[in-house]
Write a new protein. Structure first.
Length: 185
């Protein structure tokens, strides 16, 4: 069965979901920055956005390919993945800062879907992020990185520009440089 294998391989710095202690304590700044060790990958540049549909906790559907026209940053994550959760506030700020120029789409790979994601979003009160769900892990299998988080930038034509495999500091100057070509700034 591939789903458990992907879950175990995905966020390699975390324990299995059932054994992981839950804590809302924020990591220290130096500990947080050490988790931002993602790898930029451009080997799939030009590949079409996948033809998948994700849903929100209320069941509203969103077809990814219908997002053409505006650049989209798709972040594949899970509530049990510490580095994923670490970068969520930064993704929310990026979404707020780039409103109208970039859509930031966070897609949870949690098998329990809304039961896990809705409370997490309620607790964190994200201003711009929307809780999209992919409990069958279609995106995780499509991207074939074996790592959470995985974040993929698509241009306004729906073509992949790059992907970040692992957590990234979305508030840093490297992010601005990585987005500049696609956003035209």
């Amino acid at each position: 069965m591939l789903v458990p294998a992907l879950a175990v391989a995905g966020c390699d710095r975390q324990a299995a979901p059932d054994s992981q202690p839950q804590s809302s304590a924020a990591p220290t700044e130096s500990a947080a920055k050490s988790e931002f060790n993602g790898t930029l990958d451009i080997t799939n540049r030009g590949k079409d956005m996948p033809d998948f549909t994700v849903t929100d906790p209320a069941g509203k559907a969103l077809k990814l390919r219908e997002l053409k026209g505006t650049p989209v940053l798709v972040n594949v994550w899970a509530t049990w993945c510490g580095p994923c959760k670490l970068e969520m506030p930064e993704l929310d700020k990026l979404a707020a800062d780039k409103t109208g120029a970039l859509r930031v789409l966070t897609v949870s790979q949690d098998i329990d879907g809304a039961a896990k994601v809705a409370p997490y979003y309620a607790e964190n009160r994200f201003a711009k992020l929307e809780p999209w769900l992919d409990p069958e892990n279609n995106l995780g299998f499509f991207y074939e990185t074996g790592m959470l988080p995985t974040t993929v930038l698509y241009d306004k034509q729906g073509k992949e520009v790059w992907r970040m495999i692992g957590a990234h500091d979305w508030s840093g100057p490297r992010t601005a440089a990585m987005l500049a070509e696609t956003l035209g700034k």
